[in-house]
Ligand binder design. Structure first.
Ligand SMILES: *[C@@H]1O[C@H](CO)[C@@H](O)[C@H](O)[C@H]1NC(C)=O
Ligand SMILES: *[C@@H]1O[C@H](CO)[C@@H](O)[C@H](O)[C@H]1NC(C)=O
Ligand SMILES: *[C@@H]1O[C@H](CO)[C@@H](O)[C@H](O)[C@H]1NC(C)=O
Ligand SMILES: *[C@@H]1O[C@H](CO)[C@@H](O)[C@H](O)[C@H]1NC(C)=O
Ligand SMILES: *[C@@H]1O[C@H](CO)[C@@H](O)[C@H](O)[C@H]1NC(C)=O
Ligand SMILES: *[C@@H]1O[C@H](CO)[C@@H](O)[C@H](O)[C@H]1NC(C)=O
Length: 886
């Protein structure tokens, strides 16, 4: 199901106020913690040896004393000079690597059933204890067939890195500790963690829900009232909690620690539904996860939910080499979750009404009379105007009003609140239910509870009121309200690739995602105190499914968890590529969804368990035109008979990475063209002996007649069919054009940045900046730039407006003189950025008042930065700055 508003909000320009040392503001991608760094030590260095060498003053955030990661994360005391200090630390003999600490958002899956979608009837059969339909995500992947054979993942431990697990849940074992389903784990952060203040403890109980949903997808026990079980109910779980109970996110040092802890405590498989846009396998968290994979422990990571922002938008740590990046497919059975309230007319029979969770949620399960702000069920402006003077005090009613398309919800809630309304119920003008928020504008803060219901129910109540009846209703808090699950088969594009799933590849053309699993409209467990069950959508839901599937296949193939590359190859070879659909209610088209969206396709777990042949590697990336060459794949026949394989390929449509202006990334779904690549194989028919392998060479010819400046991304599937009736395939991809030549930063300009946003600065404008320790000025200069591609390194320097008058102290590799570096950032994601500047340089000094330019440098893709032409340099118009006169 497409959630297309995502794309628009992602690309809106951010304009948050910034501190003196100006980290980038962006609206997606990892955010830096000012002054905090992850330091990896050289072999044999201890934290105290490091402290002896390090001059800057710092506090230790956490130490990493792990087999695969030794070092510490530190908080420098002086954030203004942090970059300079970090550069000093980087040059110490004790230091192997140093990276800024980055924040990762709390997973934000899409909640099913909160808002109705056009074309999807809502009220269908209720999912209940009497439901006998098997769970579709298990059927579409063949998991049900493995369950029927008694294969449940026995003997395998899966570590879940998330918000913890509510192990009290009856479907999740009801206990914590040895012998329980959730056998061990750790809370790395504590309940009150907001991203900076850790209070770790031994109890990884879940207070916010996401991790419990993930855990149920893996291992929910079948004896629950919904008759729903996890994909691998026989596994043991370990829970590592990396989020607090509030709204805050987590940080890369916590994530690195959690993965290493899980590895050292013996997890067989580690799964993480935590992510942020990255595109760089060099990201420290991605690097840390890759090391664990290299040691033989498969790690499954969510590909991301940024499906509306085009190609090249993969995520950390899914980007890591060898890490399994998981895409999402929709559940063909659309499950909507609604809450149950009841009402009665003149104390008659109680009638159920389904309502949608809205905000605020403070219903108290008290029966009250219903009062309607209009008795006209067609009123297009119900409650759009202040209510009449003779309106009673509404404080002890459920106040019913109609959705208006002519005024704002804030106007309606303010008008109701002005008459004392505390509990409000909005009815729709059709049979869908749209959630809404109240209580956030100035006039409506006395509202405690808000609910959304359908037109039919709302109109019935208003008619009863019009007839003079007394209607009484009872609404409870969403966490304690009864749930209603409605189910409806998707007849338009059942089992489509989810519109929200993020597209690869990485900026270096590594294949991402690897394949996908059901992640759209997934029913699973939820913390007991938050309602027991919920329906969520996201690659967060698909990822644990693959971890569970890895456990099933390992059990079916002998017990021990297989090598990550072998599992990946088995799953990719047997996965089923899905046809393209534009998401939402767009029907399937007659071409396969591209590799950048679905990887090898939807996993087929039963086939992966019993395949005797497979293809290695899990996908072929032919890179860009400059770096392209023949590639090999290997057919591995582990069966007991010789098999003749026929090799062919099924190309799919090519997608333009950039829009027609050749400058900006295609957002929404990229434009596709019918041209396809051609592949030729060293052999098209080959006999592979029992227990042996044959390597096939593949030469790819890019599609012709396309505009290489728009970077056409081409892909398809290599099909290998055997006389043993095996039908294997792996995806391939390539991009036309030279990524080195790509205009990484098509737009960068000097802006006047203030409370009203940013607008282009005219040349020679004078900014009065506060100087050291000064107050936030009304306006500052800012550099505003859009990266059409990611970059390994970008920096902003202050340079003389003309070369002569100033005594510059640094000459850079970029051919300009620099007064000083204002900031630098590594491994930056494709996005729009704003970076206001308050006058300070990266080393904490302030330049004299004068006339300057900003010089902005960006490293080209596929370059090591050693040559001048590896850099794109943009200069701002000249400007002056002055300090306020004393
Ligand atoms: C359960 O399903 C059976 C068969 O469809 C039906 O006869 C029975 O009434 C149902 N029970 C409940 C409690 O809904
Ligand atoms: C593509 O080529 C570039 C430049 O040589 C290299 O850095 C990158 O790793 C290559 N990507 C793949 C997937 O081979
Ligand atoms: C492919 O395999 C052939 C034969 O084994 C080998 O000569 C060649 O170097 C391989 N090519 C690549 C790109 O690995
Ligand atoms: C290979 O098998 C698949 C699935 O059975 C089939 O769709 C395809 O046409 C076959 N390809 C060849 C070349 O036989
Ligand atoms: C800005 O100032 C520079 C140097 O002082 C001068 O050469 C240039 O003409 C000025 N530009 C404008 C548009 O005034
Ligand atoms: C420039 O600065 C350096 C170092 O501060 C100083 O030694 C030098 O004399 C200065 N040159 C001029 C022309 O002011």
């Amino acid at each position: 199901m497409v959630r297309s508003t995502l794309a628009l909000s992602l690309l809106a320009t951010a304009s948050a106020a910034l501190g003196a040392n100006s980290p980038l503001t962006e609206n997606t991608g990892p955010k830096q913690v000012p002054g905090a760094y992850i330091v990896e030590f050289e072999d044999g260095i201890s934290p105290s040896q490091f402290r002896t060498q390090a001059e800057p003053e710092y506090e230790t955030r956490m130490t990493f004393d792990y087999e695969l990661f030794k070092g510490a994360s530190i908080q420098l005391k002086d954030t203004e000079t942090a970059e300079e200090r970090a550069a000093q630390l980087a040059s110490l003999p004790a230091v192997k690597n140093i990276w800024p600490v980055r924040m990762y958002d709390r997973p934000n899956p899409i909640r099913g059933g909160e808002t109705g979608e056009a074309g999807r009837p809502l009220f269908k059969r209720q999912l209940g204890g009497n439901e006998t339909t098997p769970y579709p995500p298990h059927i579409m992947t063949g998991v049900d067939k493995l369950h029927a054979e008694g294969i449940t993942g026995k003997g395998v431990t899966i570590a879940v890195i998330d918000t913890g697990i509510d192990y009290h849940h009856p479907s999740l074992g009801g206990c914590f500790g040895e012998g329980c389903l959730v056998a061990y784990g750790y809370d790395l952060v504590g309940d009150d963690y907001d991203g900076t203040n850790t209070y770790p403890d031994d109890d990884p109980d879940d207070c916010s829900g996401h991790g419990t949903h993930v855990a149920g997808i893996i291992a929910a026990q079948g004896e629950n009232p919904e008759g729903f079980s996890g994909a691998a109910p026989g596994v043991t779980l370990a829970a590592y909690r990396v989020f607090g109970c509030g709204r805050g996110g987590t940080s890369s040092d916590i994530l690195i620690a959690a993965f290493n802890m899980a590895y050292e405590q013996g997890a067989d498989i580690i799964t993480g539904s935590v992510l942020d846009a990255s595109g760089w396998p060099q990201d420290p968290w991605s690097v840390a996860v890759s090391r664990i994979v290299e040691k033989g422990v498969p790690c499954t990571l969510a590909a991301g939910n940024y499906g509306g922002v085009g190609l090249f938008f993969s995520s950390a740590a899914a980007d890591g080499k060898g890490v399994t990046a998981v895409a999402s497919f929709d559940n063909p059975l659309v499950i909507s979750l609604w809450l149950r309230a009841s009402y009665s007319v003149d104390d008659g029979e109680s009638v159920d009404v389904a309502w949608g969770r809205s905000w605020p949620e403070g219903f108290d399960n008290v029966e009250r009379e219903v009062w309607a702000s209009s008795l006209d069920i067609t009123n297009p402006i119900d409650a759009c105007q202040p209510l009449p003077d003779d309106t009673p005090d509404l404080g002890d009613y459920y106040v019913l009003f109609r959705l208006s398309r002519e005024c704002n919800i804030e106007d309606q809630t303010t008008n109701l609140a002005a008459k004392g309304a505390r509990f409000i119920v909005r009815y729709n003008d059709d049979d869908r239910i749209y959630s809404f928020s109240a209580g956030y504008s100035e006039g409506d803060q006395n509202i405690l509870g808000a609910a959304a219901i359908g037109a039919k129910e709302g109109e019935a109540i208003v008619k009863a009121l019009e007839a003079g009846s007394v209607v009484k209703a009872t609404f409870a808090h969403p966490n304690s309200a009864d749930k209603l699950f409605f189910r409806d088969w998707d007849t338009v594009n059942p089992g489509a690739v989810s519109g929200f799933t993020s597209w690869g590849p990485t900026y270096e053309m590594d294949f991402k995602p690897q394949f996908g699993a059901p992640g759209g409209d997934v029913f699973s467990t939820y913390p007991v105190e938050l309602g027991m069950y919920d329906v969520l959508s996201g690659t967060s839901m698909a990822t644990p499914f693959v971890a569970a599937a890895y456990a099933l296949v390992s059990e079916a193939r002998g017990g021990a968890v297989l090598e990550p590359a072998v599992l990946e190859s088995l799953f990719a070879s047997t996965a089923k590529p899905q046809l393209w659909s534009g998401g939402g209610s767009s029907p399937f088209e007659d071409w396969l969804a591209p590799g950048a969206q679905q990887g090898a396709g939807l996993i087929q777990v039963y086939d992966a368990a019993y395949a005797t042949a497979r293809l290695e590697p899990s996908g072929l990336s032919f890179n860009d035109t400059v770096n392209s060459g023949p590639m090999n794949f290997t057919i591995v026949n582990e069966g007991s008979e010789d098999v003749v394989f026929e090799i062919s390929h099924v190309p799919t449509r090519t997608l333009y990475t950039l829009t027609e202006d050749e400058l900006t990334a295609e957002v929404g779904f990229p434009e596709s063209v019918p041209q396809t690549a051609e592949l030729s194989f060293s052999e098209t028919k080959v006999t592979v002996g029992a227990g042996s392998t044959v390597t096939i060479e593949v030469v790819a010819t890019a599609p012709e007649g396309l505009n290489e400046k728009r970077y056409p991304y081409w892909s398809g599937y290599i099909a290998v069919n055997g006389t043993d009736s095996s039908a294997l395939s792996i995806p391939y991809q390539g991009i036309s054009g030279s990524l080195y030549e790509a205009n990484v930063v098509p737009e960068a300009w000097l802006a006047v940045s203030g409370r009203d946003g940013q607008f282009p600065a005219p040349p020679n404008m004078t900014f009065v900046l506060p100087g050291p320790g000064g107050d936030q000025p009304d306006v500052t200069p800012a550099i505003v730039f859009n990266l059409a591609w990611g970059t390994k390194y970008t920096a902003l320097h202050l340079v003389p407006a003309s070369t002569s008058p100033l005594n510059s102290t640094v000459t850079t590799q970029w051919g300009f003189e620099s007064i000083g570096k204002i900031w630098e950032h590594e491994l930056v994601v494709r996005a729009g950025f704003t970076s206001p500047w308050r006058g300070g340089l990266g080393d904490g000094t302030y330049p004299p008042a004068g006339s300057y330019k900003l010089a902005f440098v960006v490293q080209r893709m596929f370059s090591d930065g050693s040559r001048e032409e590896d850099w794109i340099v943009r200069y701002s118009v000249p400007f002056s700055f002055a300090y306020p006169s004393a």
